[in-house]
Design a protein around this ligand. Structure first.
Ligand SMILES: [Zn+2]
Length: 304
């Protein structure tokens, strides 16, 4: 009898689970909804304005309204806890950091941040630029300042603003990330959390003068329910982390014990949406040429 009950429960685990998942956590024992089937449980995931997307830089549209952001309380240090939520590592924010400007119609307050990464420092970002996938992507999730809960913000087509940052492998370790990297060891198991030594949002992202170049488009959450209520901003300048720091994220585990790697959704069709770029977000090759010609004109080039 006990065997029968065990069998029955295994069977139900194997067939009736409608939990969403990434391909890296799919196994016979853990049949779950892969990204291409997320729309079965959440119709919005099959919508026409989904995220992430691949940004084709030569098709981006320059937009003079995409001015530099005003960051408030980004420099303030805060205490928080970091959690393995079964899909990512997430830090909740309660210290009222806000953003304004950048053609946002109102102020947005930071609610949480989390990351998406690959396997042992391999490709793992959600958005791609000209087909290039970066090793990791940071999402700082904001909601309109006037709202007090996320569900109200999600019901507003412009309720959420996510700032996305890409990482790039660097030779030396990024000291500003030491607290976060060290804390990862304490949350390898799903649902575990640990207190985080005081950090600021500012220390996690490029310096302010390097935040003027960015891409903008309208999209969705990249996890179910995939709600299409997100104003996306993707910054061109990357955050450096060493190979070892990037690899540390692969020690986390999904709830079934498999390594938490490849927790990114593949790019979704634009379906006619335009991606805009800030005045400063020039095509990189063009920007390099321009700098070269200006320095030649001004006689700044040291070799001359
Ligand atoms: Zn995300």
């Amino acid at each position: 009898m006990q065997h029968l009950i065990l069998l029955a429960s295994l069977f139900s685990l194997c067939t009736s689970s409608s939990d969403w998942c990434y391909p890296s956590q799919y196994s016979c024992d853990n049949q779950c909804n892969l990204p291409e089937f997320w729309n079965h449980a959440n119709a919005a995931c099959g919508g026409r304005a989904q995220s992430p997307v691949n940004v084709v830089t030569r098709k981006t549209v320059p937009d003079g309204r995409l001015t530099p952001f005003h960051f408030h309380n980004y420099q303030q240090t805060f205490r928080s806890s970091m959690k393995n939520n079964g899909h990512s590592v997430q830090v909740s924010l309660s210290h009222l950091a806000t953003i304004q400007g950048g053609d946002l119609m109102t102020g947005y307050k930071a609610v949480q941040f989390h990351l998406h990464w690959g396997k042992s420092g391999g490709p793992g970002s959600e958005h791609t630029i000209d087909g290039e996938q970066y090793p990791m992507e940071l999402h700082i999730v904001h909601m309109k300042q006037q709202y007090t809960d996320l569900s109200t913000a999600l019901a507003d087509p412009n309720g959420i603003a996510v700032l996305g940052f890409f990482y790039e492998e660097s030779r030396s370790a990024n000291k500003k990330y030491e607290h976060i990297i060290n804390a990862l060891q304490k949350i390898t198991e799903t649902s575990s959390n640990t207190s985080l030594s005081p950090i600021s949002l500012e220390q996690l992202i490029p310096s302010r003068q390097n935040l003027t170049s960015y891409y903008r488009y309208k999209g969705s959450l990249t996890t179910p329910g995939c709600t299409e209520s997100v104003i996306w901003t993707l910054f061109e300048n990357t955050i450096p982390l060493s190979k070892g720091q990037l690899q540390a994220f692969s020690n986390l585990r999904f709830h079934n014990g498999m390594p938490m790697v490849g927790n990114y959704r593949p790019p979704q069709p634009l379906n006619g949406r335009l991606v805009y770029r800030s005045g400063a977000a020039a095509l990189l090759a063009g920007a390099a040429l321009l700098v070269a010609s200006v320095s030649v004109t001004l006689g700044l080039s040291q070799s001359r």
